[in-house]
Design a binder for this molecule. Structure first.
Ligand SMILES: Cc1cc2nc3c(=O)[nH]c(=O)nc-3n(C[C@H](O)[C@H](O)[C@H](O)COP(=O)(O)OP(=O)(O)OC[C@H]3O[C@@H](n4cnc5c(N)ncnc54)[C@H](O)[C@@H]3O)c2cc1C
Length: 461
């Protein structure tokens, strides 16, 4: 077989890349290789601000893509090898000659080491793993959740009828996304009496119930699921947080109420039915090449400002790659669906530019980190250097918090806004985005910038 562009991976990055290629080059042949029959497509895309977007994600049969774009052929196969000397992609079935190939195979969960021995230790990545978790939870009374990122935080908030022990390495919860102040703001939600969500105004993620797919889940993956244990209390779960600890050992228990026991680094022991390991991901590397890729410390394939890897005519996008260019001051990489979409789209533009010998200009989205998500039922918007990343100790923080309603944090350097955390329906995203991009000197406003009696949206209109 032969194609101008071969894209590998049916997740958000791969599908966005193939669709953008089909749009830009309707005459060129594109092959999308995916080891899952269902692929993820982005629908209802609209911009909230210049850099923040809102979209739905649909899981659809891969054949639908070929019906929509006549020049895309989808192969339900596994990439095994890339002969980058001769420009061939070799799958379990075909050998395909390419001009450009883009790798979008995502990442897999980094489970705690004991997971290979104990079936009670689960990771959450795709619909299959969620199905397994939901089933096992139904017979569980006590579970341990390890990890302090988005997945662990969502789970802790969402599970009901089970005793939860949350094991985190940090001094405060949800440390991947928020600082101790916001963590305290969220803490009250952990003692909720029901799992009713406070704010539901946000993007929807539509996951068809448990169809087979290898792609990572995305926001709202738990929306239509009943994630309930077997402790008949008909309410939210009892949650105990174990700060600054890790699991160091897991043992089987014989003739005991619970099948396993975990030992924490502070020597505390917890017997339980299930352990959920939500401790990050490792980029996939389940294929071979003639020349080795330059990789970053986390195992991600390094890409330059055009999403090109160190191997000629091989590009990469999404969770599988690690950026290796001089970053704009207010942007950094995080393995998120927003960035998977942006990178897939930009990799396509870049390949097309190189095919046509045209100059490629980097997308504006890499100017400002912008992420919209939901944590503990609240809408959460993170902009720029929202946690003072890259700023050392040379920054100020302005805070406004109304318990149970909103949490607004501005990060300022030399009186200029560098980043913001907006929790709740603050409607400040556009103002903050402009203030970060324009680097307006805010010294004349002082603390008034967050004065609740002043509508800063009007202020900077
Ligand atoms: C539970 C969960 C919750 C999340 N919540 C959020 C959130 O709230 N917000 C957010 O922004 N992000 C979230 N993420 C992260 C987000 O889902 C990922 O960053 C994003 O989906 C990555 O997209 P991708 O296309 O790079 O990779 P994937 O979606 O992993 O797609 C990779 C594709 O490649 C295929 N593949 C792999 N190897 C091969 C091979 N050898 N041959 C052929 N095909 C192959 C896979 O089957 C899959 O289709 C969450 C992730 C999880 C697991």
């Amino acid at each position: 077989m032969e194609a101008t562009f071969v894209v590998v991976g049916g997740g958000i990055a791969g599908v966005t890349c193939a669709e953008t290629l089909a749009f830009l080059e309707p005459q060129e042949k594109i092959i999308l290789i995916s080891n899952s029959s269902l692929i993820k497509t982005v629908t209802n895309l609209h911009s909230i601000t210049r850099t923040l977007t809102d979209f739905d994600i649909e899981e659809t049969e891969s054949s639908n893509l070929s019906k929509k774009y006549l020049n895309i052929l989808v192969l339900h196969e596994i990439l095994v090898e890339i002969d980058d000397d001769e420009h061939y992609v070799i799958t379990s079935v075909h050998k395909i000659k390419y001009k450009f190939v883009c790798l979008c195979m995502g990442a897999e969960p980094k489970l705690i080491p004991q997971s290979s021995v104990f079936p009670q230790i689960l990771g959450i990545r795709d619909t299959d793993s969620v199905k397994k978790f939901v089933e096992q939870l139904q017979t569980s009374k006590k579970i341990v959740i390890v990890g302090n990122g988005g997945i662990a935080s969502e789970l802790v908030f969402k599970v009901t009828n089970v005793e939860v022990h949350w094991v985190i390495r940090d001094k405060h919860i949800t440390a991947t996304f928020v600082d101790p102040g916001a963590a305290e703001f969220f803490q009250s939600m952990l003692n909720k009496t029901s799992s009713e969500e406070v704010v539901s105004k946000r993007m929807r993620y539509n996951e068809d119930d448990f169809k087979k797919s290898g792609a990572a889940l995305g926001p709202d993956w738990y929306k239509n699921l009943i994630i309930s244990g077997n402790k008949k209390c008909n309410s939210s779960s009892k949650i105990m947080i174990h700060y600054e600890t890790e699991i160091i050992q897991v043992n089987s228990l014989e003739n005991a109420e619970y099948p396993i026991e975990v030992t924490l680094s502070n020597n505390e022991k917890i017997s339980c039915d299930l352990v959920v390991s939500a401790t990050g991901v490792v980029p996939r590397s389940n294929f071979v090449t003639k020349h080795q890729f330059n990789k970053s410390e986390d195992g991600g394939i390094q890409v330059n400002e055009f999403m090109q890897t160190s191997v000629k005519d091989v590009y990469a996008a999404g969770d599988i790659c690690s950026v290796n260019w001089t970053l704009a001051k207010h942007w950094f990489q995080m393995k998120l669906w927003t960035q998977a979409r942006q990178m897939g789209c930009y990799a396509a533009k870049s390949m097309v530019g190189h095919l046509r010998n045209e100059v490629v200009l980097q997308d504006f989205c890499f100017e400002l980190f912008a992420h919209s998500t939901k944590l503990f039922g609240y809408k959460v918007i993170l902009l720029g250097l929202y946690n003072g990343q890259k700023l050392g100790t040379n920054y100020e923080i302005l805070l406004r918090m109304t318990k149970g309603k909103e949490y607004i944090k501005f990060v300022l350097e030399d009186n200029k806004l560098q980043g913001a955390v907006l929790i709740g329906d603050t409607d400040l995203e556009e103002t903050c985005e402009n203030l970060i991009l324009n680097q307006l000197d805010l010294s004349q406003y002082g603390d008034d910038i967050l004065n609740p009696d002043i509508d800063i949206e009007d202020y900077f209109d």
